[in-house]
Write a protein that binds this ligand. Structure first.
Ligand SMILES: Nc1ncnc2c1ncn2[C@@H]1O[C@H](COP(=O)(O)OP(=O)(O)O)[C@@H](O)[C@H]1O
Ligand SMILES: [Mg+2]
Length: 316
């Protein structure tokens, strides 16, 4: 039957969408692709396909789900199916290096980054930062949820981490060494886009660390930051961002076939904005949304439901 197919590998992130699709009467089904097969000789089902494959799937034991999904998306696109966040979106989801090249191509400033593989080369490349008296961020090229993102102030500290028991090789073998953007206040902003258009932004308090997944299923303890004198929520919706930045982001998304996305940026002490993460399977924070009276999941349901009706007027 013609309907919306949601391609994903993490059932914990689907609940909010289930409610929204049902509330908006969007006929839908899941395509759980934590593992499985794609028969290239078959014809794909009719429908509109929404890809939510995540860069962090390997942390849920789904190491090859992105690769399998890429094959699935190519097959769907080859058969002319309407795919939201298709092959080009997934290509960027699983590589921050490719994100940065595409962001810069769209005129968007990114943090200074060195792409490197192997511990020895990571250590050698880190001297570019340490020799200039700068700390460095180490992060996996294929990231997600802030896992493996660490700040180092010294070469010795980086070396002992790389050679210590907690170090994990990045899943695609590629590390990024990155300029640390020290914000005057400890927060980052994540701008949410639905249908390629800006919806709202979330200000995220970073004083407790780098693991910032906004999904309810990822929430660790209290959503409020206990370290500030006047507690403010960890996730807080703000209605707007810089108009030029918004326009650049919308152009970047359109150039790269991304329709639903959360893009993260930091404003540094020099007042300049640097963009460092593009999420194509974005999750939304229900606590912040309740306070602001907004619902991105409903906006997604409206957008996708509209597409199903456009492509399949008789679907129900
Ligand atoms: N270059 C940087 N300077 C300062 N903080 C950073 C930088 N890169 C990442 N962070 C912090 O670490 C968090 C996770 O990094 P991110 O690149 O978004 O990885 P992930 O894809 O795992 O979410 C960010 O939200 C931010 O708080
Ligand atoms: Mg991030």
């Amino acid at each position: 039957m013609s309907r919306l197919h949601v391609i994903h590998e993490n059932p914990a992130w689907i609940g909010a969408f289930t409610d929204a699709f049902d509330a908006r009467h969007v006929p839908w089904t899941e395509w759980l692709i934590d593992h499985g097969k794609v028969d290239y000789a078959a014809i794909p089902p009719e429908g509109v396909f929404y890809n939510r494959m995540s860069a962090s799937s390997h942390t849920r034991d789904h190491r090859y789900a992105p690769e399998l999904t890429l094959a699935l998306l190519h097959w769907l696109e080859r058969h002319g199916r309407r795919v939201i966040n298709g092959t080009s979106a997934l290509d960027l989801e699983i590589s921050k290096a490719r994100q940065y090249a595409r962001l810069e191509r769209a005129g968007i400033r990114v943090p200074r980054t060195i792409v490197v593989t192997g511990k020895e080369d990571v250590l050698n490349a880190s001297k570019t930062f340490f020799d200039a008296g700068q700390p460095v961020i180490l992060k996996p090229n294929r990231g997600g949820k802030g896992l493996g993102v660490q700040l180092f102030n010294t070469y010795a500290g980086l070396s002992s981490y790389l050679n210590g028991p907690t170090y994990e090789q990045p899943v695609d073998g590629i590390q990024l060494l990155q300029e640390y953007i020290k914000a005057p206040e400890p927060y980052i902003t994540r701008a949410e886009f639905v249908g390629g258009r800006f919806l709202y932004a979330v200000r995220v308090d970073t004083s407790e660390g780098f693991e910032l997944c906004p999904a309810e299923a990822c929430e660790i303890g209290d959503a409020f930051c206990p370290t500030t004198a006047t507690p403010r929520p960890k996730f807080e919706i703000i209605d707007d961002i810089d108009a030029n930045l918004k326009e650049s982001y919308e152009r970047f998304l359109s150039e790269n076939g991304i329709e639903i996305s959360g893009i993260e940026f930091i404003v540094g002490q020099d007042g300049k904005i640097r963009t460092y993460d593009v999420n194509t399977n974005t999750n939304y924070n229900p606590t912040a949304e309740a306070v602001a009276g907004r619902s991105a999941t409903l906006a997604v349901a409206d957008f996708l439901g509209g597409l199903v009706r456009e492509y399949y007027p008789l679907a129900s």
